[in-house]
Design a protein around this ligand. Sequence first.
Ligand SMILES: Cc1cc2nc3c(=O)[nH]c(=O)nc-3n(C[C@H](O)[C@H](O)[C@H](O)COP(=O)(O)OP(=O)(O)OC[C@H]3O[C@@H](n4cnc5c(N)ncnc54)[C@H](O)[C@@H]3O)c2cc1C
Length: 437
Amino acid sequence: MDVLVIGAGTGGMCLAHGLRQAGINVAVYERDRTRSDGLHGYRVGIDPHGSRALKACLPDQLYRTFMATCARAPEHFVFFDEQLRPTLALPLRPATDDVDSERSVSRMTLRQVLFTGMQDVIHFDRTFVRYEHRTDGRVTAHFADGTTATGDLLVAADGVNSAVRRQYLPHARTEDTGIIAITAKVPMTPRTTALLPTRFFPGIGMVLAPGGKSCILHWMEFPWDRQGRPRNDDELLARWPGLLFDNTRDYLNWGIAAAADKFPADIMTYGGDDLIRLVLRTTPTWSPRLRELFTLGDPSTAFAITIRTSVPIPAWPSTNVTLLGDAIHTMTPGRGVGANTALRDAQLLTDELTLVRDGRKGLVEAVHDYETRMIEYGFQAVRDSREQMTADALVHKPVLGRVALAGMRGYLRVVDRVPALKRRMIDGLYEYRGGQD
Ligand SMILES: Cc1cc2nc3c(=O)[nH]c(=O)nc-3n(C[C@H](O)[C@H](O)[C@H](O)COP(=O)(O)OP(=O)(O)OC[C@H]3O[C@@H](n4cnc5c(N)ncnc54)[C@H](O)[C@@H]3O)c2cc1C
């Protein structure tokens, strides 16, 4: 069995590792050799679902390298008002278990980890343009440079604008949620860390403000210093070649989100300095310390992003073309599970194709069983994530929005004061994110 994977992102590479570990022929076709633009320099939170999939698919040593290259794990999730007053502080479970915990990782570093040892599997500078079914039942992928590749199964792992999906499921759409986010990194220094309450360190902060505006804050402290040298003599880290190419150093990251009508129509043409000035204009009454943090954002890292989501579709008849990750279920970052769901897909598809390898299932039957489960949890995650981040939500309405915000803050304060409610909220969070306890 030859498997062709289009896209060497999080999901595609996890699948490639899983298949190679299972002794199944796999080739990955990727258009970009190196990426540092947009989100690629940013954090991605890996939850127990994601860690479990990486552990199942990666060789053991590489999984340990993934863990060694994660930033310091978040210890709290704190909600603030726009004056930086905490409304609820949720303690996160210590990252002692190698699967059952929350991890923060630089996307670039995760990409480098996933590329490690896969030189013979990944074909760079191959932009997929279309596929065709052959008369012998196999499938041929065509690339922009005129080359082709033929296999038994074609897997679309080519992200939100998937060219495979456009051809295979032309009725599957993505749409704007009406939310725009602006984000930037702030180098972590004594001056910048002094701007945030100590309750935030090391953790994740969420500012909920009037007008449906919000701001997420991430603390990213890496196990290497400003020169890229491992801080703790970690042997795995010292030997890992990818670190040489990493340009991510400790930072704080802020990301403001609001309905598109709060921003100018031409925001996508703004440069970094203009975006930071715009954030300051959008938050005139916010805490001066938070606004100083916005001012200290590195303009070269600032960018705006339109938040998009898939529109779930009914199941389709399975064939020897399938999809995983954002290619089929793009979701808003509202729940922080897009990459984790892509990893979950990769593990599930690996398991199904292993049954084909062993002669226990036919290929299309295995694809069908994979798609049945993936469609269920994938589109559920799409719906849940949209609920968290859409301009249709009450908080974005002029008058009702204030009432909704007051209600939400009141609820968070009550949870903060009632240990049983707090425990239930933490348990719910872990359960949703694949925690096993
Ligand atoms: C602001 C924001 C924050 C987020 N935070 C989180 C988080 O904390 N946790 C989480 O789980 N998720 C998060 N997500 C979601 C997460 O980023 C995505 O769900 C995840 O990256 C999807 O992985 P993927 O492998 O499906 O696609 P991608 O990682 O996008 O990979 C697709 C790959 O396909 C390649 N490609 C595209 N087209 C072609 C082509 N025609 N030919 C060849 N190659 C091609 C691309 O170059 C790319 O390498 C966030 C998203 C956003 C927008």
